[in-house]
Design a protein around this ligand. Structure first.
Ligand code: NAD
Length: 324
């Protein structure tokens, strides 16, 4: 276990697992800007380049109130050490294997990290004031009814990844029931924005179009995703962290699904380049639409997404060009 920090703090900390990742690093920045003390746990694995994660985390290393532990959440004893040597008041558990398609290749790894890792965190969080679990819109599988509501039945996952997220929500309920831990499970819908994951569509399409490479489009392009801008997601996470619920599940999505073909055209527009599209069959595990009903999040979290896909892609492309 390696710890990097400027000084030992007696404060209460928010523990962010997966804090070097895409969503995690945006959350860490928001928390530090809000003068909170943050502990980040991340194993910097090579699901995508660890260098990207190092760059995400670099600006925080010199900041007061920030500690980094390079720890794998499968390592219970190291996690236990972190909990016993720090006063942790809240946990935002984002660390996970996050790809749908790769989960078909390596389901056991997904089970180990996403479920066993989550249980490790829950075991150690019996005294925290708030526990936030990163769930996913993928739990809705091929839900026919739209928009997707937290009340819909989600027993029919169609990928190992989705099943681990649903199982994580259920395990969160067990720990809430047994130990009274206040828990919110947040179902994120296709998050994009600056520092976006290189394995996700927004990044890949932008790179391929920019470099004049073939754009591999799965399906006929009519599938729809509820692309949600990172700042809106962070607003929702902060709200869930500050309000304390017994046990709740919330959708965090834009509630405005757009077709893949349109999404690609917005990227083309921003780059001023045309996509050279190669059509490929729909992938097993892929769903045809995601669409968040956010009435519950609006009411209980004051969640109100503000960034349109057009504005969000403009921000993303600006970041992409500056980081090349
Ligand atoms: N990005 C999205 O669109 C999206 C949608 C739905 C749900 N989510 C969920 O949100 C969370 C964050 O996603 P993201 O897009 O930021 O992904 P990410 O891969 O960028 O971030 C995850 C971070 O967790 C770390 N991690 C993974 N396994 C670990 C382990 N065993 N021990 C310690 N750290 C580990 C990774 O190194 C990475 O930095 C994940 O739980 C993901 O499933 C994301």
């Amino acid at each position: 276990m390696i710890m990097e920090s400027d000084e030992y703090m007696e404060d209460e900390h928010i523990l962010v697992t997966g804090g070097a990742g895409f969503i995690g690093s945006h959350l860490v920045r928001r928390l530090l800007d809000d003068n909170r003390s943050v502990i980040c746990v991340d194993d910097f694995n090579d699901y995508y380049s660890p260098l990207v994660k190092e760059n995400n985390i670099k600006p925080f290393l010199s900041r007061k109130n920030f500690k980094l532990y390079r720890v794998d959440i499968r390592d219970f004893n190291s996690l236990k050490g972190i909990f016993s040597s720090n006063r942790i008041s809240g946990v935002v558990h984002l660390a996970a294997r996050a790809g749908v398609r790769p989960s078909l290749e390596n389901p056991l790894l997904y089970e180990e990290v996403n479920l066993k890792g989550t249980m490790h965190l829950l075991e150690l969080s019996k005294n925290v004031k708030n526990f936030i679990f990163a769930s996913s819109s993928s739990v809705y599988g091929n839900n026919k009814k739209t928009p997707f509501s937290e009340h819909d039945n989600v027993d029919k996952a169609i990928s190992p990844y989705a099943a681990t997220k649903k199982a994580g929500e259920v395990m969160c309920h067990v720990y809430h029931h047994l130990y009274n831990i206040p828990i919110s499970c947040l179902r994120f819908f296709t998050v994009y924005g600056p520092s976006g994951r290189p394995d996700m569509a927004t990044y890949k399409f932008t790179k391929w179009i920019d470099e004049g490479k073939e754009v591999q489009r799965f399906g006929d392009g009519h599938s729809k995703r509820d692309y949600t801008y990172i700042d809106d997601i962070i607003d929702g996470v902060m709200s869930a962290l500050d309000k304390q619920f017994k046990y709740e599940i919330f959708n965090l999505g834009n509630s405005h699904p757009v077709e893949l073909n349109y999404f690609i055209s917005v990227i083309e527009e921003e780059l001023g380049k045309r996509a050279n599209i190669t059509k490929l069959p729909t992938q097993p595990g892929d769903v045809s639409i995601t669409y968040a009903d956010i009435s519950k999040s609006k009411e209980m979290l004051n969640f109100q997404p503000k960034i349109s896909v057009e504005d969000g892609i403009a921000e993303f492309v600006r970041w992409y060009k500056s980081s090349k």
